[in-house]
Design a protein around this ligand. Sequence first.
Ligand SMILES: [Zn+2]
Ligand SMILES: [Zn+2]
Length: 246
Amino acid sequence: MFFKKVGNGFANLLFPDNIKCFFCGDDVPDFEYKPFCDGCEKKISFNNKKRCLVCSEPIDDDKVVCDECKKTKRYFKRAFCPFVYEGLVRKVILAYKDSNERYRAKTFAKFMAEDIKKSGVKIDVITFVPMTKKKQRKRSFNQAELLAKKLGEILGVEVVPLLKKVRDEKSQKFSSYSERQKNINGLYALLDIPSHKDKTILLVDDIITTCATVNFCSMLLSQKFKEVYVCAIARNRLRKNKDVEF
Ligand SMILES: [Zn+2]
Ligand SMILES: [Zn+2]
């Protein structure tokens, strides 16, 4: 059972695509209850098997925490990612990001909210990974910001911009984990905000690939907040795919 039944007539009028299977567009009997068809259900890469307790990366062996989280200091307590970034899930995320299918944010956020609620973690404030103004103009919207707003509506938590992106990185397509980590340093900065050392913050991004971005942003946020959590639609399966796309 994925979602509680709720009155949603108005939302569906605004976003007619929201009543079809979220992944293939076929008819589904009750979108609010289950937003995908039976055929897609078997193919959706839910991140519900063994995953790293910290970064949510799927792991195949007996480990509880992945190798990367063991050797790299993580400034966030835990990452929530309801999907693995592959196959059908990758397809709809790219449609959301590259084809401007903004209506998808609400359903993505529902899955993200479910993952957070299951954990019992309490979030006081939500923020998101920012874009440079130049990139945002090119993309027309910040995917992470829209997800954060939808998540805030579902969880009843305030969403505030707390970070800025100083400049865009060079193409990252073939950089290794450590190169990626180094390149990230200095790309983001905190806005001028007061300390909230009694509050937990949730940082939202669209996909987590190497954790370099969310870890650096978490380091900044940890200077002002008690605990940092991270949430994204999907987690990349890093071990099997060294040349990850950014
Ligand atoms: Zn389907
Ligand atoms: Zn990990």
